[in-house]
Design a protein around this ligand. Sequence first.
Ligand code: SF4
Length: 374
Amino acid sequence: MSGIYLHIPFCRKACHYCDFHFSTSFKTYDAVVAGMKREIEHWAAAWPAPIQTIYFGGGTPSTLELSDLQSILELIRAKFDVEPAAEITIEVNPEDVNEAQLEGWLSLGVNRLSMGVQSFFEDELMWMNRNHTASKSVESIRLAQKVGFENITIDLIYGVPVSSTSRWKDNVQMAIDAGIPHVSAYALTVEEKTALAHAIEKGRTQQPDEEVAHQQFLILREMLIGAGYDHYEISNFGKPGWRSVHNSNYWKGVPYLGIGPGAHSFDGDLRRWNVRNNALYGQRVGSGEGWFETERLTVRDRYNEWMMIQLRRAEGISLEEVSVRFGERYKSLFLSAAESLVDKNYVKWEGDRLVLTENGMFLADGITVELMDA
Ligand code: SF4
């Protein structure tokens, strides 16, 4: 099994906190779409595994014209062995959602919508420089359900300095009340060179408070678990049977093919990443030269990556699997690092698996560093 990730690197407006690869200029749109089609043809011949998931991420994939989405999906289905029941996700922003678009996505076989809601409060959205209103999010979720999408997830952001803990509770409650089966929630982080980092530097806005973000994370967990969602990965909650297959496969180490500017691929051994520039991507894929770089992962790289990804999952890290995948040396390294983390109550053993405690969940990044082969 494997997955395809397609990166659509265009956004209508730049959110102040975002450091993903995107452009608000659509000048290169045609060249990028043409490049992506060429890339699909290029990799298809040598891709060995059936495709279980297709994921349009971004950027803002809902900026993709329906006719382009159609031709890309047709090409993938023609060139790859796509499972009939494949999960096909598109990330959409609420402002792009209307009945015609929803019906179009559904008719092309898209069966999962991931909506970038972020907050149900107007002033928070303005502070983030989002391009939609809170009422548009509510309307878009309802419309998607009416048109026939069942598998809907929304993104929310906590730890926003202009928000409050009581508002955060309202945000989570709105997600629960919307009757959607999946929620992803992320702590606001200040990434270098973003408008947010600049505003904080200039004293125009506050730095997110980590303690407040931690409190809000605990509230999120309590409310969503109480409403019947499984907390299956640090940032992800799904009702039983509604986990994201694409992301779950990624966390299990299943190979994925990344298409588009800045997209990454992994085949279990080689990691590849595409040039993170729309114009260069279009030109280089067009001429067939140098649009990507590759790296063969060492055992140490693979071990460190395994620690980073597996620890975030509710199932944690299996000792047996560490031993089988990486050998005795890494098994001992893992056991000795785990011992001191158990003493600090950051992790615990559940049978053969090392899992984060509630105390450790918010500190997962730092805990991963302790488990890595430095
Ligand atoms: S819409 Fe998404 S990708 Fe685009 S700027 Fe905002 S957060 Fe970043």
